[in-house]
Design a protein around this ligand. Structure first.
Ligand SMILES: Nc1ncnc2c1ncn2[C@@H]1O[C@H](COP(=O)(O)OP(=O)(O)OP(=O)(O)O)[C@@H](O)[C@H]1O
Ligand SMILES: [Mg+2]
Length: 279
């Protein structure tokens, strides 16, 4: 339906989400040591946009991703995906949610099963979600591999993750995320294991996917320059607190918080200028 693709429509609403961990060292202490990974975090992502979550190591970025993916529980607040509270999802609704929200991991080597060929890596989610017949599955797998830039797809079917380069491995992980035709993708530092030129190609690929498949992206990074290249809006997170958010250019041109100013100063240069983003 036409109204569904309006950029003003909220796909994800994170409202006052609070998440703490008990420090393992606290087992040996009398009083527990609590780490506040997310301190009443709120953000709203619109359908079709690329939203960046930018912050230093340990600021809570992956924690937020894990909560949105419903891999962990949280103490307070709410996360609504397409207006449904994810906390309450069970059974077939939870399965449908798992199909719609996919992760592109930081380290594809850790996330791809070394014992599965690339064909079977992509077949697995199709089997779990009972999508397609035997013939159509092969076609879906080929299309996903090619959409992720692994051409011709058949050349990769029988290969195993260790037989791919780092960039190809990340493309295979992207293809696996694409195979279920998700509405929402979380890319958690998707290029941190890759060198600069391969990272650039992966960013170009993600932009292409975002435009052609109309996927909404939550892009997690410590790199403000990468966020500037890729994101429509960003939120800056510091020690579990969102310190500011807004359109990417506005936050970078006119930062409100001292932490964002420090992040900007710490960038040696903006290697991905906004103007180099393909349209
Ligand atoms: N399972 C856990 N048990 C205890 N503490 C945790 C756990 N997971 C995360 N933390 C802590 O929560 C905080 C946020 O961690 P998180 O992994 O979300 O950071 P991050 O922003 O993704 O960092 P990075 O950029 O290094 O990936 C950190 O202090 C971390 O040590
Ligand atoms: Mg992380």
């Amino acid at each position: 339906m036409e109204t569904k693709s309006r950029p003003t429509e909220t796909i994800l609403n994170v409202d006052q989400v609070h998440k703490t961990y008990q420090d393992v060292r606290s087992l040996f202490r009398k009083s527990a040591l609590t780490i506040t990974a997310l301190n009443r975090v709120s953000l709203e992502i619109k359908r079709g946009e690329v939203f960046g979550l930018v912050g230093a190591s340990g600021s809570g970025k992956t924690t937020l991703a894990r909560l949105v993916l419903k891999l962990e529980e949280f103490e307070a607040g709410s996360i609504r995906f397409n207006e449904t509270e994810i906390r309450n999802l069970k059974g077939k609704d939870l399965k449908a949610f798992r199909r719609k929200v996919q992760l592109i991991p930081q380290d594809p080597y850790q996330s791809l099963n070394p014992y599965l060929s690339i064909h079977d890596t992509l077949l697995e989610p199709l089997s779990i979600h009972k999508i397609g017949s035997r013939d159509t599955r092969t076609k879906i797998i080929s299309q996903s591999l090619e959409a992720a830039g692994l051409n011709p797809a058949e050349d990769f079917f029988t290969r195993y993750p260790h037989q791919l380069s780092g960039g190809q491995r990340q493309r295979a992980a992207i293809a696996r995320a694409l195979v279920l035709k998700p509405e929402f993708m979380i890319a958690d530092e998707p290029t941190s294991m890759l060198d600069a030129s391969i990272s650039f190609n992966i960013f170009r690929l993600l932009i292409k996917i975002q435009k052609s498949q109309k996927v909404t992206f939550l892009f997690i990074t410590h790199d403000l320059a990468a966020a500037r290249f890729f994101c429509d809006r960003i939120a800056v997170i510091y020690q579990g607190d969102i310190v500011e958010s807004g359109t990417t250019e506005k936050v970078i041109q006119d930062p409100k918080s001292e932490y964002t100013r420090a992040l900007i100063r710490a960038q040696p240069k903006f290697s991905f200028a906004k103007t180099t983003r393909p349209t």
